[in-house]
Design a protein around this ligand. Structure first.
Ligand code: AMP
Ligand code: ZN
Ligand code: FE
Ligand code: FE
Length: 270
């Protein structure tokens, strides 16, 4: 059994439509996937329809959160995608992301890097539910301001860049509440070691359910450390590629096994 619990689609900043994610995951030999787009579940149903039982698609999303000026991502799995509070949050996040995109564009224009909202939409293809920095990076590439997407992040829109504007809608604690309210389980995505030390206890006290443990390029030692931390805190672990497109390699090249994430799959009755 080959499993990937963290994949993005064109509902946010992924490069493949939900349906194409499913066919690509199938071709890559995956059996269970989760579509976990930034602040939206808009891609989940299309993926489940495309899968038609061929591959198991777990409903998920990855909530962007802020606490004391730092960004944290919280994954929600097994959520009811029709939950009103979840749907309302997704709508607010989409609006905030659009306003923030205009803010980043204004900053870039002010430092002599002309780019427009239309450029960003053109770079994104069809308008995603959740606009993000990768769409802006692609627009900067297409306008010839940079030669690679990573150069766009390094020079302009990385967290410390002159064009960066954060969106600070909710804290990780709010994210846990929203996910639980929608019947899901909350998982801390790609935690930084120093953040784990300070934020894990309060998050666990607030009901955090799991930690993302298995990821591409994470060393065996790091994986062991996170899995020990999770066991100590009574949390389950998950794993996923955080795949956005072909530039990250072939979907399916990274996979976790059932044994790695059995507690998580048991919760979903999978
Ligand atoms: P946003 O949610 O709009 O702030 O965008 C965050 C997304 O940008 C992440 O999920 C990644 O897909 C992408 N990203 C962040 N940093 C980099 C980077 N240095 N190079 C390429 N993509 C990045
Ligand atoms: Zn992303
Ligand atoms: Fe993330
Ligand atoms: Fe992600």
């Amino acid at each position: 059994m080959r499993i990937d619990l963290h994949i993005h689609s064109t509902a946010s900043d992924g490069s493949l439509s939900p349906g194409a994610v499913v066919t690509t995951a199938l071709a890559g030999g995956l059996h269970i996937i989760a579509i976990a787009d930034h602040d939206t579940t808009a891609g989940v149903m299309a993926a489940q329809v495309a899968a038609e039982g061929s591959i198991h698609v777990i409903p998920a999303l990855e909530l962007s959160t802020y606490d004391a000026g730092a960004e944290y991502h919280v994954l929600g799995y097994y959520v009811d995608i029709a939950n009103p509070v979840l749907v309302e949050h997704a709508g607010r996040a989409a609006g905030a992301r659009e306003i923030r995109m205009h803010g980043m564009i204004d900053r870039l224009v002010a430092i002599g890097i002309p780019v427009t909202f239309e450029d960003v939409l053109a770079a994104a293809g069809t308008k995603p539910d959740s606009l993000g920095r990768p769409h802006l990076a692609k627009a900067l590439l297409q306008r010839g301001h940079v030669t690679t997407v990573s150069e766009a992040f390094d020079r302009y829109i990385g967290d410390q860049g002159p064009g960066f504007v954060p969106t600070a809608l909710i804290t990780p604690f709010d994210a846990i509440d929203i996910i639980h309210g929608a019947g899901g389980v909350a998982v801390w995505a790609h935690p930084r070691p120093e953040a784990l030390r300070t934020l894990l206890s309060p998050l666990v006290a607030h009901g955090l359910d799991g930690i993302e443990c298995y990821r591409p390029r994470l060393t065996h030692a790091d994986t062991e450390r996170i899995s020990a931390t999770a066991a100590e805190a009574g949390l389950f672990v998950t794993g996923g590629s955080d795949w956005h497109g072909e530039w990250q390699g072939r979907l399916g090249d990274f996979a976790v096994e059932r044994d790695d994430v059995s507690r998580f799959l048991d919760i979903g009755g999978i």
